[in-house]
Design a protein around this ligand. Structure first.
Ligand code: HEC
Ligand code: HEC
Length: 269
């Protein structure tokens, strides 16, 4: 027993330097390590998805997926450590879970680099991913495997094909757009007395900026003849329509009026 206790204590020590977050918050600060924050901000989730094939021998990644050799990993970023009831975690992993630890980006990055060194006594028999960019890409993709991806300040950031709104929102948005915006911006966003809300000039003006900025701009200044008069949900649907006009595809995740998550969505045209 003494030996086990020492190993658990050591796991805390090692992980303690990586700031194990406690509590149930689903929104995490930017990684304290600026280099890691930068890697996450530049990550390529599609490349991360390809790397996940190294995990699926032992883990399912879909919602409600079965336990294999390891526990299911759906919605793991920001989740409590050792959350799967009935799974026989190693004492080291179970102890971190019992202490209220969560899978922060920092901890995931360190764990995936070297599971055995980061959590001494883990049963995860995986050598580790040595490439820093590979780990950032994988974490970025794991984060998207969630009905409500955890907000990560300084994190990416979806590209133009990522699902950020549901089709019905864009459908309704088309009508709201027609009623409130089309008069000045043209019936399908091509521009009239006011600039186009699709196409090269619009995309050049918003490329690299966040969806939050567009939301906030619209909420404060539009419609120009009656600014501030639209409910947030209507603006969200109008923006879903504008995203669609600019080549973003609908997906399973709704466009949510939530500053933290909208700040994670950066336009990449
Ligand atoms: C050879 C099998 C194996 C492979 C490959 C593997 N894992 Fe694991 N993983 C496990 C086992 C077993 C556990 C439980 C570890 C423990 O209890 O100490 C685990 C646990 C985890 C946990 C903790 C889950 C929780 O509920 O807290 C994460 C996160 C994780 N693995 C991520 C990954 C990722 C990402 C990959 C791919 C890069 C991967 N694993 C590859 C076997 C594996
Ligand atoms: C009465 C006319 C009018 C209406 C109605 C109107 N707008 Fe505008 N909008 C403008 C004008 C004029 C500008 C340019 C403002 C400037 O350059 O300072 C503009 C600019 C914008 C921009 C910035 C475009 C860019 O290229 O950066 C967005 C986004 C926008 N409007 C969205 C909307 C939305 C969404 C609605 C409907 C809810 C709407 N507008 C309704 C007149 C209008």
């Amino acid at each position: 027993m003494a030996a086990v206790r020492t190993r658990i204590a050591f796991a805390f020590l090692v992980v303690g330097t990586l700031t194990v977050a406690t509590g149930a918050t689903r929104s995490q600060p930017a990684p304290a390590d600026p280099a890691l924050a930068a890697r996450i901000a530049a990550a390529d989730a599609a490349a991360g998805e390809r790397l996940a094939s190294q995990c699926t021998i032992c883990h399912t990644l879909d919602a409600g997926g079965a336990t294999l050799i390891g526990p299911n990993l759906y919605d793991i970023v920001g989740a409590p450590i050792a959350r799967t009831a009935g799974y026989a975690y190693s004492p080291a992993m179970a102890a971190l879970g019992a202490a209220g630890g969560t899978w922060t980006v920092e901890l995931l990055d360190a764990f995936l680099a070297s599971p055995a060194v980061t959590i001494l006594g883990t049963r995860m028999g995986f050598a580790g991913l040595s490439g820093e960019a590979d780990r950032a890409n994988l974490i970025a993709w794991l984060r998207t495997q969630s009905a409500a991806p955890v907000a990560l300040a300084g994190a990416p950031i979806v590209d133009a094909t990522a699902p950020v709104y549901e089709a019905y929102q864009a459908d309704r948005g088309r009508n709201y757009y027609g009623d409130n915006c089309g008069l000045c911006h043209g019936p399908t966003g091509g521009g009239d007395t006011a600039p186009a809300l699709k196409g090269p000039a619009f995309q050049a003006s918003w490329n690299g900026r966040t969806v939050w900025e567009l939301f906030n701009y619209t909420r404060r200044f539009m419609p120009a003849d009656a600014p501030g008069g639209l409910e947030d949900e209507r603006i969200a649907r109008i923006l879903a329509y504008i995203l669609q006009l600019n080549g973003y595809e609908a997906g399973p995740l709704p466009f949510r009026v939530d500053r933290a998550s909208l700040e994670q969505l950066r336009f990449r045209f």
